[in-house]
Design a protein around this ligand. Sequence first.
Ligand SMILES: C[S@@+](CC[C@H](N)C(=O)[O-])C[C@H]1O[C@@H](n2cnc3c(N)ncnc32)[C@H](O)[C@@H]1O
Length: 223
Amino acid sequence: MMQRTPEPELMDEAEQARAYAWADFDAPHQFFIDCFQQRFTNKHLHGNVLDLGCGPADISVRFARAYPHCHIDGIDGAEAMLAEGRERLAREQLTERIHLYRVNLPRDTIPVPAYDVIISNSLLHHLHDPQVLWQAVKQHGRPGTPVFVMDLQRPASPQEARELMEQYAASEPPILQRDFYHSLCAAFTPEEVRQQLHQVGLDYLEVKSVSDRHLVVQGHLGE
Ligand SMILES: C[S@@+](CC[C@H](N)C(=O)[O-])C[C@H]1O[C@@H](n2cnc3c(N)ncnc32)[C@H](O)[C@@H]1O
């Protein structure tokens, strides 16, 4: 099994943030929403949603469109990403339902103590210490809060990572191809994620491989 190679946590280079914000994530991000809806079938979710590591807010926007009664707080430590996100929210006229905050975990404080729903896409593999995500989930939910985290899962070898990059990022700019390869190498395996959850007392959440490159962690927070 290939060892994990962490990548820098924050995506704070303007060029990188711009390339990411304008990349075509339609398929994987729609997949995020579809998997969420498969797991949580209440079509009328409402309340405050926390999107951890929201980047340029594409997941926040899709979630807001899928659940018109939800308000979303997106948090991210990279100003370059949030700047892209703010432009997007203005274009889509969603500035009243989605708020973005610069929060570098675990140093800064998340704006609201407890949320009704917690989501996160592709933050986990950026974290040098994965417990930073699980602590945030634990501390900012309430009993029964739906939790849905999707991330890449680490392939067995560098060769397999290259093949996935060629299959899914071949038409993207080189900077995104590079980031995707590094992200695959920085990702965790489902078994590693189960161990992380066990350590923090969240092992009742389900960890599931859902595609050739994605895993999800899903369930309701306990009492
Ligand atoms: C791959 S992007 C995912 C963005 C978004 N969730 C999406 O799916 O498009 C990961 C994001 O996590 C942010 N990030 C990484 N480490 C962080 C930390 N310690 N605190 C806050 N944000 C962090 C990065 O700045 C980056 O915007």
